[in-house]
Design a protein around this ligand. Structure first.
Ligand SMILES: [Zn+2]
Length: 433
């Protein structure tokens, strides 16, 4: 049996913060799978490689590059056929930049240390191994989607969005972001604002004659921190996150700056309305506000039969309590959820992602792989139990998850349709992007 730790170490050796090494690493992944008789398709997305590999029964139509309408969603809809469920294992191969020595992974005790070990080459390696482990079962289609641009800041349409649009989103997706073997059912949305603050120039010897735009900008930021939206909470989150990430103002030492621009990154709660947040910020006097980036929050029903099956499998693999957690960072699970496909974040244990001492627990990688396999093998039973003669959690044409934006009030997780034991929930720190 292939050792997921060895594979992870190999993946880490590519500096995939750079395009050329991303291409090389994707070539390695493709070769690794093909040498194990798993067919791999290659898509080009803005010049970067996206890989798709499938095992088990995947509907014939899905094997073709499908811009056929709806893709898997069509199967889930009105045809009422008994095509098998398709589970997507979603991982990203790119990492944030690191020091050269971080690309030579090392093992210390249970820790595999290196750039991307935790976010998320460890998880990706375990997913690749799980795909191979699952090739002989014939009740669930399993599709690995490996994307190159999760960490990218500036793409309007990321590879994951494109794959979902092509109908490759399956019926349920697990994105292998680090969650310490908990199941991420909620993630905050992202709203980035550029704010221009205007003041009045004067000579620095008489600053009282001017109006310092930089100082004013700090006051504006403090005002944003106390707006009504900033005090709201949800079941798993105490508050939205608000960060002043960039500020630029002033040109000469002996002049009072009359212009200042800052970028404020608001991570808002499921259930909050970004338009309302924007309106509250815009109501602050003497500023101009532009929305520069938006990414929706993620919420999936914990009673979804796929989520239940996963939680059962994980609790068997870790012999402990499995928590449904909220994630402060944005998630590519949103790309699936927007298409009505339930999706969660679920990844191994570790710490320090994006930091200088990033590591993943080697033992958790093995448990992660086992949980993924167990999940797929027991899924048909769960779907039958849930009375889903057709796979899928939602009514035909109905999004399986709902994260409706509400104009105000407290954000809450999607409400169960069935009575269920209340799982433990908490926010897990560690946002990304
Ligand atoms: Zn990641």
């Amino acid at each position: 049996m292939v050792d997921e730790r060895v594979l992870a170490q190999r993946l880490i050796s590519y500096d995939t913060s750079r395009a050329e090494e991303l291409v090389a690493a994707a070539g390695f992944v493709k070769g690794w799978l093909e040498s194990r008789d798993i067919e791999v398709r290659h898509h080009d997305h803005h010049g970067l490689p996206v890989l798709i590999a499938e095992v088990g029964p995947v509907a014939d139509g899905d094997r073709r590059d499908g811009d056929r309408r709806g893709g898997d969603r069509g199967d889930r809809g009105d045809r009422g056929d008994a095509s098998p469920p398709c589970v997507v294992l979603h991982g990203h191969l790119d990492v944030v930049p690191g020091r050269p020595e971080q690309f030579e992974a090392r093992v210390e005790g249970d820790r595999l240390i290196g750039r991307g070990a935790y976010d998320m080459k460890g998880g990706l390696a375990a997913m690749m191994c799980a795909l191979k482990d699952l090739e002989r079962q014939d009740r669930v289609g399993v599709r690995l989607i490996c994307v190159p641009d999760e960490e990218s800041e500036d793409l309007d349409e990321r590879a994951t969005d494109a794959m979902v649009r092509l109908g490759l989103g399956g019926h349920f997706a697990i994105t292998g972001e680090p969650t310490d073997l908990h199941i991420g059912v909620e993630a905050k949305g992202v709203l980035v604002l550029r704010i221009e603050v205007h003041g009045r120039s004067a000579h620095s010897s008489t600053p009282w004659l001017g109006d310092n735009a930089v100082l004013k900008a700090i006051d504006v930021f403090r005002a944003i921190e106390t707006l009504p939206f900033s005090r709201e909470s949800s079941e798993v989150f105490d508050r939205p996150s608000i960060n002043l990430g960039r500020i630029e103002g002033g040109d000469a030492l002996n002049r009072v700056p009359d212009e200042c621009t800052m970028s404020v990154d608001v991570r808002y709660l499921p259930g909050q309305d970004p338009a309302e947040i924007l309106a509250q910020v815009q109501a602050i006097p003497e500023i101009d506000v532009t929305r520069t980036f938006i990414h929706p929050p993620v919420t999936v029903a914990r009673t979804d039969p796929y989520v239940r099956a996963l939680r059962d499998a994980v609790s068997r693999a870790v012999r402990g309590e499995v928590m449904s957690v909220g994630r402060d960072g944005a998630s590519e699970a949103a790309a699936f959820l927007r298409a009505g496909i339930p999706a969660v974040e679920f990844g191994p244990a570790g710490a320090g992602h994006h930091g200088p001492e990033e590591w993943v627990s080697v033992a958790s990688l093995a448990r992660y792989r086992r949980a993924l396999c167990d999940f797929v093998r027991t899924l048909p039973m769960h779907l039958e139990d849930a009375g889903h003669t057709r796979h899928g959690a939602g009514a035909p044409g109905q999004p399986a998850s709902a994260a409706p934006a509400r104009p105000s009030g407290l954000a809450t997780a999607a409400r169960p349709q069935l009575p269920a034991p209340a799982p433990t929930v908490k926010a897990l720190d560690g946002g990304r992007r």
